[in-house]
Write a protein that binds this ligand. Structure first.
Ligand SMILES: CC(C)(COP(=O)(O)OP(=O)(O)OC[C@H]1O[C@@H](n2cnc3c(N)ncnc32)[C@H](O)[C@@H]1OP(=O)(O)O)[C@@H](O)C(=O)NCCC(=O)NCCS
Length: 173
């Protein structure tokens, strides 16, 4: 079934749309362990670090189809280095965010599947998602894409006055 979305590499002009989606989670949820909203300039810097084998992609409304308005960015996803030490170089970490009013329509699944495809195409060996253990949507999303829970790190984050466990979701490519 068509979701009415197309995926493409992010462009500098997407910075404010991406920041709006991301900052809503910074302020209101434990989806990200950032505590302070990103400025548009910080967002641009973060985007600048995502190119080549570490892509940043957006899902936007497709022209001529039902769904979100044409060209409207409804979600994004990225691949980042997992750790800086060289022996981790064959591992990437994924990140997926969909705007609250566009969830449950397949966007997250489409974005994560494309990130997995890109990770495979770039020759990585495994993809890791680090997800707050209470984030059942993201855990479900990863499992639906074939990831398995490799472990849980207990109480390694603290946000909104609560300790947070982190589930490690892993896909071997
Ligand atoms: C996690 C998130 C990206 C899912 O995006 P989405 O567009 O709603 O996901 P989809 O509609 O593509 O769902 C794909 C699959 O994920 C799983 N899933 C999605 N939402 C779920 C939920 N609330 N509970 C359990 N499983 C869920 C399901 O298996 C679903 O497949 P189905 O619709 O056939 O059942 C979205 O909820 C989000 O952006 N949340 C806030 C940010 C976030 O948590 N990002 C991840 C940080 S680690």
């Amino acid at each position: 079934m068509s979701t009415g979305l197309v995926l493409r590499r992010a462009l500098p002009g997407d910075a404010s749309a991406i920041a709006a989606i991301y900052n809503a989670e910074v302020l209101n949820s434990t989806a990200t362990f950032d505590l302070v909203a990103r400025s548009e300039e910080e967002q641009r810097e973060w985007m600048g670090a995502h190119e080549g084998a570490y892509p940043l992609i957006v899902a936007e409304g497709e022209r001529g189809l039902r769904g979100p308005g044409p060209g409207m960015v409804v979600g994004f996803g990225s691949l980042s280095p997992y750790r800086t030490r060289p022996a981790y170089a064959t591992t990437v970490e994924d990140s997926v965010y969909v705007g609250a009013s566009h969830r449950h329509q397949g966007a997250g699944g489409q974005i994560l599947a494309e990130l997995v495809r890109l990770a495979r195409a770039h020759g990585f060996h495994t993809v890791i998602g680090r997800v707050a253990a209470e984030n059942t949507a993201s855990i479900g999303l990863h499992q639906a894409c074939g990831f398995v829970v490799a472990g849980v790190e207990r109480e390694i984050g603290r946000k909104f006055g609560r300790w947070l466990d982190v589930a490690i979701l892993q896909l071997l490519l």
